[in-house]
Design a protein. Sequence first.
Length: 100
Amino acid sequence: MVVAKVEPSATREFDAEICVLKGEGTTIRRSYQAYVHILNVRQSAFAKHIEMIKTGTVVPVGKEGKRDEEGCVVLRPGARAKVRFEFAKRPVSETPTEKL
């Protein structure tokens, strides 16, 4: 039996750094739903907030900082971003020191 010194807590949101690798019609924007696999968690999650990452490399026009008609950031293949996701169904238990 393992005795935990820190009580786990439940969270509905998490931040992730993502890179859109490839895809002909791949478009990721706010409210995009992804199925995430994190350790023993398999659940749908919605993108709540997207923030582009400046990498210092040359990025072709249209790949970074593109916005749709509502002013929301749109991610296309080759783009990197920090995204805040919210689990769709139920919160996930975590300890404060655990990285998801």
